[in-house]
Ligand binder design. Structure first.
Ligand code: SF4
Length: 236
């Protein structure tokens, strides 16, 4: 029987991106193929923080939350959900039957896995990861990914205190190359102490944000600079 590593399933309000403020059920998959230095999902990244669940168990929880909370969509998030693409392929038709929209939140690297499920997703929230955050470049993987379902996709670029203007420029070039009309969310990282208390994640300074804004005004078709809102609202 197919089962996935599920970290948690809960209902909340979307705090990022194009569907900001929408009530959604979040299915958080455990495990990730990257290790971003600002990651705020260390619990989902950890090896022991999950339970193995079947598609039937997950859809049962989704239906219960749908009845209780009346959300508009299910957000498949992580970690990196596409690490468990075979499971997602099974789960998506079940979600479709509930009438809820399906959003996929992904680091937009695993394009081969994405191909299998792209048609069934309604919205793709795709990160473009800057080399300064992950320690290597994944431009070609991002390009392959974004080319698969560009009209369903909006892009998120997280800006940290060590982000460089030249890599942000490369991210903008990539969007313009694949599909110029794709909405872009430039998200200054949320300042905080990491969950284990060992590391401080610092916001980018105002100067670089102004420089990025000037670049974006000249080059992007549609963009917003928007921080994560759920820590401000005090919701998960
Ligand atoms: S891709 Fe997301 S979950 Fe994975 S390490 Fe980066 S921020 Fe964390």
């Amino acid at each position: 029987m197919i089962r996935a590593k599920i970290n948690e399933i809960f209902c909340s309000v979307q705090g990022e991106g194009l569907y900001l403020g929408q009530k959604q059920i979040f299915v958080r998959f455990a495990g990730c193929n990257l290790a971003c230095d600002y990651c705020d999902e260390t619990k989902a990244m950890g090896s022991g923080n999950f339970s193995l669940q079947s598609p039937e168990q997950v859809i049962k929880k989704i239906k219960l939350l749908q009845k209780k909370e009346n959300p508009e969509a299910v957000s498949l998030t992580g970690g990196e959900p596409l690490l468990q693409a075979v499971f997602i392929e099974k789960l998506m038709p079940m979600i479709k039957k509930t009438g809820l929209k399906i959003h996929l939140e992904t680091n937009a690297v695993l394009f081969r896995e994405f191909k299998k499920i792209a048609k069934m997703a309604d919205v793709i929230a795709a990160d473009i990861k800057l080399p300064s955050a992950i320690g290597n470049s994944l431009w070609s993987e991002h390009e392959e990914f974004l080319k698969i379902a560009p009209k369903k996709t909006f892009v998120k670029i997280i800006i940290a205190s060590n982000s460089k203007l030249n890599e942000i420029q490369k991210a903008f070039d990539l969007v313009n190359k694949v599909f110029r009309e794709m909405p872009v969310f430039i998200q200054p990282v949320t300042e905080r102490i990491s969950e284990n208390g060992n590391k401080q994640v610092k916001r980018p300074n105002d100067r670089i944000i102004c420089e990025i804004r000037s670049l974006a005004l000249k080059q992007l078709y549609r963009f917003k600079i928007l921080s994560q809102q759920h820590p401000i609202w005090g919701v998960k």
